[in-house]
Write a protein that binds this ligand. Structure first.
Ligand SMILES: Cc1ncc(COP(=O)(O)O)c(C=O)c1O
Length: 416
C-alpha cells in the first residue's frame, strides 16, 4: 500500500470500533466516509476555544476571529472546487441543501423554464426540481439511460432553447463510474443553458468538482470526505450568483430594510452572504478545512489510484460469483469508487442477505448498502428494484472485498 495512504488510514478511529463485540468491515463509504480524527479535533477545538457567533452580526474581537477563520475555509473550499474566487462559495449542509437552494433560487423565466436531469440523479437533486414541476413552476425532463450511464445523445435531444438548467451527477451513487461533465457543459452551453454537477460522489476520490469542467454551479458534501456531518459547499459562478433570488432568508442576508407607504422594502445582499441565513456551522467548517487539508496532503491522485484498484479487484471477484450480475463495464467502473450488483439466483433476498452480513458472520459484520440508494430515477429507468453496493475509500483493502465475496458465496450456498 502507498505510504501516504497507509499514514492517512491511521486517522479513522471508527475503523477500530466494535459493535456488539463484532469487528466492522466498512464497505459503505458512498453513504458516508468514516470521520477523520483531525476533522473531529478541529471541530472540537473550534467549539471549545471560540464558540461565539460569526462577524456578520456582532462586531467584536471574538466574532471577527471567527469570521476570519470561516472565510479562510471559504477560500479553501473555493480552491478545492475550482472556483475563481471565494466569493462564489456558499456554505451549505451538503448537496441536498445546495440543490434545494439552487432549485428554489434559480432565475427561471417564462421563456426558459425547463430543467433537464440525467437519469442518474440522486433524490437530493431530482426531488427539489420535481416539486417545482409539480407546482407548475418549471417543466422537468429526464434523459434516458444507456446501459448504466447517461444516454448523451438522448440528453442532447432534450436540451433546447427553453432549457434553463441541466443537472448531471458527476459520479453515480448507484451504478458507479464517472459522468463526462465537460460533455454535459458543452451540451448545456450550446443551447444557452447552464450546468449543475452533483459532486457528492466525485469529490471524495477525485478531489474536486465540476467547475473546472465548465459547470456553472456544483456542490459537495463534507461528510463524504471524512469531515463533520452537515458541512459542504455550493459553488455558483459569479454572474449566476448575482441572478439567484435568495430562497431561505433571515439574519445576515440583508443590506437594508426600510418602511414607507405601509410596506417594507428589503434589499438582500447580492453575494454569497445573501444565501447564508442565520447562524452558520462555523465549527463544522473548521472540521471541513482540516479534512480538506489532510486529504490534500495525502494526495487525491493517491486516493484515486488506491480506490480504482479496489474497484478493479471487486469487479473481478464479484464477476466470478455465479448467482449475481455485476452492473456496468469494468473500464467505466474504474473511474468511480463503487461496484453494484443484482441477484440473479432464484430465492436470493436482498434484505435477507443484508441480515446475513450483519448477524451470521463470525466475529465481524459487513456494512454495505442495499436497496435503491435514493436513485429512484435510475431504478425506474433500469428496472432494477434494488442493488447491493460495495463502495470504497482509502481505508479499504482487497481483503475487505474477499471477506464480502466469501460471505456472498456462503449465503448463495445456503440457498441450495
Ligand atoms: C450522488 C449523491 N448526491 C447527493 C447526495 C446527498 O448528499 P447529502 O445527504 O450529503 O446532502 C448523495 C448522498 O448519498 C449522493 O450520493
Amino acid at each position: 500500500m502507498n505510504k501516504k495512504i497507509e499514514a492517512l488510514n491511521k486517522e479513522f478511529p471508527a475503523l477500530g470500533s466494535r459493535f456488539g463485540g463484532k469487528r466492522l468491515v466498512y464497505l459503505d463509504s458512498a453513504c458516508t466516509v468514516l470521520k477523520l480524527r483531525c476533522a473531529a479535533d478541529a471541530q472540537r477545538r473550534h467549539l471549545l476555544e471560540l464558540g461565539g457567533c460569526g462577524g456578520k452580526r456582532s462586531f467584536h474581537a471574538l466574532a471577527s476571529a471567527m469570521e476570519e477563520e470561516f472565510n479562510s475555509v471559504r477560500a479553501k473550499a473555493a480552491a478545492f472546487m475550482g472556483a475563481a474566487s471565494p466569493e462564489e462559495i456558499v456554505f451549505t449542509s451538503g448537496v441536498t441543501d445546495a440543490a434545494n437552494l439552487l432549485a428554489n433560487s434559480f432565475p427561471f423565466t417564462p421563456a426558459r423554464d425547463e430543467v433537464v436531469l440525467s437519469p442518474l440523479e440522486h433524490n437530493a437533486v431530482f426531488l427539489p426540481f420535481e416539486r417545482l414541476a409539480a407546482a407548475g413552476r418549471i417543466k422537468l425532463k429526464v434523459a434516458p439511460l444507456k446501459g448504466c450511464g447517461v444516454d448523451w445523445d438522448g440528453l442532447e435531444r432534450l436540451v433546447g432553447r427553453r432549457t434553463a438548467l441541466v443537472c448531471v451527477t458527476h459520479a453515480s451513487n448507484i451504478f458507479g463510474g464517472r459522468c463526462d461533465a465537460a460533455r454535459a457543459a458543452d451540451i448545456a452551453h450550446a443551447a444557452g443553458a447552464l450546468l449543475f454537477t452533483d459532486d457528492a460522489q466525485y469529490a471524495p476520490t477525485h478531489g474536486g468538482c465540476g467547475a473546472p469542467f465548465g459547470a456553472d454551479a456544483c456542490a459537495f458534501s463534507g461528510h463524504k470526505i471524512g469531515a463533520p456531518y452537515c458541512t459542504g459547499a455550493l459553488y455558483v459562478k459569479r454572474d449566476l450568483l448575482a441572478r439567484l433570488r435568495p430562497w431561505r432568508v433571515g439574519g445576515g442576508t440583508v443590506e437594508d430594510v426600510s418602511a414607507g407607504g405601509g410596506k417594507f422594502r428589503v434589499k438582500y445582499l447580492d453575494n454569497y452572504q445573501g444565501f447564508e441565513a442565520g447562524v452558520q456551522n462555523y465549527s463544522g467548517a473548521a472540521g471541513l478545512a482540516a479534512a480538506l487539508d489532510r486529504l490534500g496532503e495525502c494526495g487525491f491522485d493517491n486516493i484515486r489510484a488506491h480506490v480504482s484498484g479496489l474497484v478493479d479487484g471487486a469487479f473481478k471477484s464479484l464477476s466470478g460469483v455465479k448467482g449475481v450480475k455485476v452492473l456496468g463495464r469494468r473500464e467505466d467502473l474504474l473511474e468511480g469508487s463503487l461496484v453494484s450488483f443484482v441477484p440473479v439466483r432464484k430465492g436470493f433476498s436482498v434484505p435477507d442477505f443484508n441480515l446475513f452480513l450483519n448477524h451470521q458472520l463470525k466475529g465481524r459484520f459487513i456494512a454495505v448498502r442495499t436497496g435503491r440508494h435514493c436513485a429512484d430515477l435510475a431504478c425506474l429507468a433500469s428496472g432494477y428494484r434494488e442493488t447491493v453496493r460495495l463502495s470504497f475509500f482509502s481505508y479499504n483493502t482487497q481483503a475487505d472485498t474477499d471477506v464480502f465475496t466469501a460471505a456472498l458465496e456462503e449465503y448463495l450456498k445456503s440457498l441450495d
